[in-house]
Ligand binder design. Structure first.
Ligand SMILES: *Cc1c(COP(=O)(O)O)cnc(C)c1O
Length: 223
């Protein structure tokens, strides 16, 4: 028999020190999140604005919420209201919408820029080349209430381990280029969010310091 607390304990034993665990709880019921909370987990990842808002209202106040899904500009308000970190900034328009809403709400929001390297065409995000071009000092200086804390990415959905390693290395390289370049004066630019249930060990090997794990903790999702 496996349990949420047992799965969490197993994961914590294997995750290297310095790697932050985001428990991806999307589509799982509140009881399951509370079980993880009771086992000490505080950071939860959600991918839909409405579901995040409902769960944030019901969970203990010191729960930290990470938004990991594609965020439409018309759903920014409820997400900015509760999110500690938005992993999925995939357009400059979204970055500006988040900043405007955070300013309006009087909050500071931390975000990650989503890097697209996987071969699936449907995935969201900037290619490394786009990001390095679009994230200019002017854009960064224009942000009033948003801190760019790092990058997030996903590897191709494939069994080809070499390809997965290459994808993660590309995401990490993009982070390193930004950190040495346009983000070099910002000590808060530290997060490399990559790796999910099936590929997180490869992500950590490639330099992830934040992993987003759902199925391994909570079991299969029922959509
Ligand atoms: C759902 C999701 C995860 C977690 O996936 P698992 O395979 O259940 O670990 C991680 N990252 C993102 C962006 C997701 O949408």
């Amino acid at each position: 028999m496996t349990s949420v607390s047992g799965n969490l304990a197993d994961l914590r034993r294997t995750l290297p020190e310095g790697v932050t665990l985001v428990a991806v709880s999307k589509f799982h019921p509140l009881e399951t999140l509370l079980e993880a909370y009771a086992a000490g987990q505080r950071i939860f990842g959600e991918s839909r604005a409405q579901e995040l808002a409902a769960k944030a209202a019901a969970m203990p106040a010191d729960t930290q919420w990470h938004f990991i899904g594609h965020l439409q500009t018309n759903k920014v308000r409820p997400v900015v209201a509760v999110a500690d970190l938005i992993h999925s900034i995939d357009s400059m328009r979204l970055l500006q919408a988040v900043d405007a809403e955070a300013t309006r709400a009087g909050r500071t929001v931390r975000v990650l820029m989503q890097v697209h390297v996987a071969r699936e065409e449907t995935k969201f995000g900037f290619t490394p080349a786009e990001l390095l071009t679009l994230l200019t000092p002017e854009v960064i200086a224009s942000l009033r209430s948003t801190r760019i804390a790092g990058v997030m990415g996903m590897a191709s959905n494939t069994d080809d381990e070499a390809r997965i390693r290459r994808d993660f290395a590309d995401i990490r390289a993009c982070f390193d280029t930004l950190r040495r370049g346009v983000m070099s004066a910002d000590p808060d630019f530290t997060v490399v969010s990559m790796g999910m249930s099936h590929d997180w060990p490869l992500a950590v090997e490639a330099g992830a310091n934040m992993v987003r794990i759902g199925t391994t903790i909570f079991g299969q999702r029922e959509y």
